[in-house]
Every structure is written in C-alpha cells, then in structure tokens.
Ligand binder design. Sequence first.
Ligand code: HEM
Ligand code: HEM
Length: 213
Amino acid sequence: MTKVWDGFIRGFHWLLVIGIAVLYVSGEEGWLDLHFVTGYLILALMLTRLIWGVIGSDTAKLSSLIHSPKSALLAMRSGAQSVGHNPAGSYMVLLFFVLIVVQLLSGLMSTDDILVEGPLVAYIPTSWSEIASELHHENFEVLLYTIALHILAIIVYRLKGKNLAKTLLTGKENNVQLKPRMVPGKWAYLIFIILSVLIMSVWGEQPLSALIN
Ligand code: HEM
Ligand code: HEM
C-alpha cells in the first residue's frame, strides 16, 4: 500500500462536499446567516487548498494538475498508470477550483436586494453587484452539472474496477510504482484554522451571533 492522498486532501474533499450541500440548501431557502458563515469557512478551506497546492504533498500540487490535452486523451484511452489525479481528471479538478472561486467571489459581492448583502457590496458600484448576484446564480448551475459529471466519472471508473472513492477515504492505493512525496496534512489544517479565525473576525461576527441567538 502506498500513501497517495495526505490527510488534508481527504478532509478538504469531504468538508467541501458537506459545505456545498449546506450552501445549496441555505442559499435556496434564504437562510443567509447560515449561508454566510458556511461560505466564509469554505472560503478559508479553498484558500488553504490553493496554498497547499504550492507547499503541500506531490499529489496536492497545482503544477501536477497541468497536463497537455494529448496526455489527457491518452490517459482516458489507455488507463495508463499515474499517481494522484490522472491527466483527464486533472481538468475536472481545475474546473472545480475555478467554479468554486468564482462562486465564492461572486457571493461576497451578491445581494438579495432586500436585507442582506455580501461584505464587498459596500465597496463596489450597484451595477457590479447586480452582475455578481446573477453570476452567483448562473455559476451555481454550472457547478451542479460539473458535480453530476464528476460523480458519473467516479461510477464509470468503479465499473471498470477502480474504486477511487475508497482511495480518497483511506488515502492509500495498491500496486503503485511511484512513491509521491507527502507533507503531513496537520500543517494545512493549521493554515485552515488560522484563515478561518481571520476571516470570521473580519466578516463573521454579525451572521455568527445571529445564528447563535
Ligand atoms: C459537492 C460535491 C463534490 C464536489 C464539489 C467535489 C469536488 C472534488 C474536487 C475539487 C476534487 C479534487 C480534490 C483535490 O485535489 O483537492 C475531487 C476529487 C475526487 N472526488 Fe469529488 N466532489 C464532490 C462529490 C464527490 C462524491 C459524492 C464522491 C464519491 C462518490 C467523490 C469522489 C471523488 C474522488 C474519488 C476524487 C479523487 C479523484 C481522483 O482519484 O483523481 N466526489 N472532488
Ligand atoms: C461555494 C460557495 C457558495 C455556494 C455554492 C453558494 C450557493 C448559493 C445558492 C445556490 C444560492 C441561491 C441562488 C438563487 O436562488 O438564485 C445563493 C444565494 C446567495 N449567496 Fe451564495 N453560495 C456560496 C458562497 C457565498 C458567499 C461566500 C456569500 C457571501 C458572503 C454568498 C452570498 C449569497 C447571497 C447574498 C445570496 C442571495 C442572493 C439572492 O437572493 O439572489 N454566497 N448562494
């Protein structure tokens, strides 16, 4: 057994899944205090993932996500051995990161036109926040389609005999020739906690106290 995913990548993924589910329900239902608090935590989580993409384990590296379209096609056809994300999967991961960052940034500039506005609305022209609110809505649709495609791809791999979800739960994989360099995930969690506290202390007080009371 070779360790291919460090503790943070595994935690990041499942926290992201829970976070997006909460953001979806709270956004649709208009529970915006919950939406904001969760949004700030996912902002901290995503920022940590991007930092980890520079200083983290080999399989977390953003540079390892960049492949030529040719090698992605080859990997899809041949199922060639790779460690971490395979070249085709890397495109989906990059797409996820872009969509999530756009969703977070547009959220910070969104308003429900009644009572609630994201913390950056005060600093931008009204026309921008109208565009951001529209984008926050439309981009989420694209995110949903991407999630559906992602789950479909995992199922297809499963039918072909590769249990990717189990690997992402345990972090370990059989019969891997390459041994990626791993950095302990605890450092990423430390960064995540520091960023969460920072963001919460700047923007979180109002929604957090409304949630608790
Ligand atoms: C809200 C829904 C989901 C989102 C936004 C999402 C997003 C992501 C992202 C961003 C990655 C890349 C991880 C990284 O490098 O940091 C990833 C990988 C992965 N996800 Fe998800 N995911 C979702 C749901 C699921 C579900 C329900 C499953 C399981 C059935 C799953 C299984 C996997 C697996 C196995 C990988 C690793 C793929 C590989 O081996 O290259 N995901 N996902
Ligand atoms: C990945 C993170 C996020 C996701 C997936 C998400 C998702 C959603 C969804 C599905 C809605 C309902 C949209 C509609 O019915 O048109 C919504 C509304 C909203 N979101 Fe987010 N959101 C995220 C982050 C944020 C953040 C960080 C903020 C601000 C701090 C924010 C602020 C808002 C506001 C103000 C609305 C109400 C907009 C309206 O009523 O038109 N969101 N969000």
